[in-house]
Structure formats: structure tokens, C-alpha cells
Design a protein around this ligand. Sequence first.
Ligand code: C2E
Ligand code: CA
Ligand code: CA
Length: 536
Amino acid sequence: MDARRFRIIAAAILLGLLGAIIPIAAMAYMSWSIAVGKEQDALNLLANQAIERAANTFKDAGRALDEIKAAALTPCSDAHIRRMRMIAINTSSVEEIGYFADGFLKCTSWGMTEGAIPRTSVDYTTRDGLGASMRIEPRVSRGKPMTAIYAGDYNVLVSPSRFVDILLEKDVSLALANERGALISVLNAPDAGLVKGLLGEPKKGMTDQAIYAVAHHDGLMAIAMEPRTRLADRLHDERLFLLPVGAFIAAFIVGTVAWFSRKRLSPLAELEIAVRKREFIVHYQPIVELKSGICIGAEALVRWKRPDGSLVRPDLFIPLAEESGLILPITDQVVDAVIADLRSVLVGDRTLHIAINLAAADITSGRILDVLTEKLPPTGIRAAQIWLEATERGFIDVEAAKTTLAKARALGHSVAIDDFGTGYSSLQYLQGLPLDALKIDKSFIDTVGRNTATSSVTSYIIDMARTLGLFSVAEGIETEEQATYLRAHGVDFGQGWLFSKPLPAPDFIAYHRNTKQKYGAAPEVIQVGIAGLPAA
Ligand code: C2E
Ligand code: CA
Ligand code: CA
């Protein structure tokens, strides 16, 4: 795998993982915080109800105290005691009313007091000026601990449970305190440690074990709490809704990442990048004159040089390039490479030519000729030194092909029909085309020396070229036997591994120099002669 693919795949995996994890984690977190928020709201509501209840209890007590004071009866007279009793009975939160003189309880709603019962100290004073003593032992009725509320010479006893007299679910608990943190009452045994902590720093929140909410009102403070285990049900409901949403978003993100990376990994995307980065180079396969062995030129064969240095054969990308239209810029890059690689050799040896392969789109559009007429003149390379090879696939639009080929020849280029014999090239059809040469396909050369059905076709094709007045070039010559046969049948030029494989530019330049020393230079006539041939 090359570095670019690796980067794309690594990035896709990373993005995919993040895209899958983040939405699900976010939804899980959201479910959790919504669940916590809802529980705290519910607790806050309870805390506020408790405060309201407590405030009402204080008001009741205050009313009872006002009423007895306003009665102004002779202290501890029968009428006074009777009145106290009536008020205690009629005020639901008040259990008992007492009258004090000189710091001692004199009489209560139950009757005269026996023994010396001192007035208890006041723990705190309410905003309405009532003094409250928490958890006193009622000495008269001898009942449960009570809260005493004082006003003037009177007090009333209130059962602490009255202050938080609301309905709670069994594991929810409550604590009621005054603003300064003095505990007034509790319900369902809340965690004493937590209550103590919250009295110091009241805010809603959560500990390892409990969720709680704190409400303040009218100088009172209520803390409602519940164990965190209760969160589970709420969390379940929220998750049921939000996790599928998270999964859906995650699936969407992962799908999008996969789609984009597949697209970026597609062969077409890679080819696009290669064109943009000009990753195409050209190798040159020598073409020799068969009778003399002189190198008269070369065919330019494109190779895709990957960033890792590996070469991709044209068969693997030319079809896709043709299909996608990327072949046009690739042909341009081939032209650029030929100029850059061989300019000085071509200028120095006018007998040398380079054959460039054209794709169907190059031929149909004729655009390649504009490219050549623009690029060649400044280099000193002559049009006659650039041959153009076209396959029959390029003749789909015969009229356009004819126009392009005729124009090419008029500009001085030679035109060869490539892979000749593999299409349905009839004599009649070929006669109508402006051509200079036929390149006999390798499949026919392969049959030479073998007694196969097609071997007779080879000599027929060679004859056809002669009949049409065209030069012939044999492709894919691998053995001396094939070369001898072709020479004997009058084939002009040959190309194949017998002479040389396609070579990088410097190697081709060296090859050309060596054969020139060995066999001498090709006469310029050959070259000029081909381009100068009249259209058949
Ligand atoms: P082609 O135009 O028929 O090119 C000849 C192919 O035969 C080359 O393959 C060459 O390396 C190979 N060959 C030459 N001599 C021998 C031999 O003795 N034995 C064997 N087994 N093979 C031999 P290559 O370079 O892989 O090119 C394949 C095809 O790709 C070319 O076939 C041509 O159709 C296309 N192509 C190459 N370069 C270009 C280009 O620049 N533009 C376009 N449009 N097509 C190109
Ligand atoms: Ca060719
Ligand atoms: Ca060919």
C-alpha cells in the first residue's frame, strides 16, 4: 500500500471511530444529565412544597398565639385555660398552648402546671418575630419531642413532623432548617452527614450516593434527597430515546466518512491526483530499420510513476483515463516529456523521430494538433519528427478522424495506424484514410515460425501495406527468426525486445548513439519520405 492510500485509510478509520464514538458518547452524557436534571427538578419541587408547608405551620402557630394574646383574659383563670384549650384543638398544627410568668410555665391548655418548668431558650427567631425552640420535651403532656414557638408570655408546641407534612416516596427524604442552618425537622431519615454539609453550603447537586436539591423561601431552607440508584429508571427512559438518535448520527457520520474515503481511494481519484501532480513519465522503445539495424526513432510509451517510485503499466490506467477524459492531459504530459527528454537529440539528429500514441479523444477532438503546433516550434523540433499513432478505436467518428489525420499530415506529422490487423480494417476502409504507416500488431508477429491458422494472415497484412503504399512497422519482435522473416517479406521497420525494451530517456539516448556508431546514421530521406507520401 502506498503512503497516500495509507494516509486516507488511517484518516478514515480515525474519523470513523470519532464519528461513531462522539455522538453516542454525547447522547449518553446528555441522557445522563437530562435524567439528573429531571430528578433534581422533582426534588426541588418537593423541597419547595416542604417549605410552604412549614411556613403555613409557623403562620398557624402565630395565629394561635395572636388569638390568645388578643383574648386578654385573666392569666390561668378557668376561662383563660378553656380558651387556650379551644385554640389548641381548633389549630391543627398546635398540640398545646402554655402561659409563662417570671420565666416559668404557669398554666397550659391542659390546666395549671405542677412544679417549676422554666422557659426554654430560643434557638432562633422567625422573620415574623416568633422565637422557636427546637426539640423540647413537653413536660406537661410528656409526649414526643416538640418544637416550641414563643410570642410574648405564650408558647405553642408543634410536632416537628407538621413542618414537613408532605407525602414522600419511600426512599426520598427531606430536611427542613432555618436560614442559619438550624435543623427544624426531618422526614424519612435523610443522611445526617450530607444534611450537615449542605446546611453549610446549600446548592443542588450530587454525591457518590445521593442526588439532592435545596430550596429557600421565607427564611427557611429545605433539602430533598434520594439515593442515586433511583436515577437508573429515569436514565433508562432518556437513553431509550437519545441513544438511537446518537446511533443514527454516528451511522450517518461513519457512512459519510466511508463514502468520501472510498471516493478518494477510487482509481479515478488516484488518477486525477496523478494528473494534477504530473506523475507521468515516458519510456522510449527504439524503432529500427530492419534491413540496416539503424535506429530511426522510438515510440513514446507512458508510465505512471507513483510517489513511492514504482511504475504502473499503461494497460492498467489508459482505459480509465480514456473513459474519464483524463487521457487528454496525459497526452499533453507525454508531449511535454518528449520535448524535455529528447529536445537536443532530436534537434541534433533530424533523421530521428518519436511516435506518440493518440487516444480516441485526441483524434476526435483534434486538440493534440493545437498542442503540438503551440509547443514544438520554440523547441526547434520539426513536426516531421513527431509521428502520431492512432488505433482503429480512434476512428469511431470516421469523419472527425479523417479531418484530424489529414490536418496532422498537412502540418508535417506522419500518421501510423496502430495495432493493425486487430480491428476490422478492410482494404476499402483504409484506402479512404490519410495514413503513412501501418503498425502490424504483435499478435501477428507472434505467429511467425509457428504453423497456426493466422500465420498466413501475417504475410497478407504485409502485402496489404505495400498495396496501400504505406510503410510497415512490425511490433513486438522477440526473436531473430521473426526479424529474418519480416526482413525477407519487405517489412521496413521493426520494434521489439529483440532490439530493445522500452528505455528511460538517458538509456534510449545511449542506445541511439551506440547503434549510430555501429551501423551509421539513417539517411534523412527515410524520414522526409514518409511524411511526404501522398495520402492513399
Ligand atoms: P502499443 O501502442 O501497442 O505499445 C506497444 C506495447 O508493446 C508496449 O507496451 C511495449 O512495451 C510492448 N512491447 C514492445 N515490444 C515488445 C515485445 O517484444 N514483446 C512484448 N511482450 N511486448 C512488447 P506498454 O508500454 O505496456 O503499452 C501498452 C499500451 O498502452 C500501448 O500499446 C498503447 O496502446 C498504450 N499506451 C502506451 N503509452 C501510451 C500513451 O502515451 N498514450 C496512449 N493513448 N496510449 C498509450
Ligand atoms: Ca503504439
Ligand atoms: Ca501497437
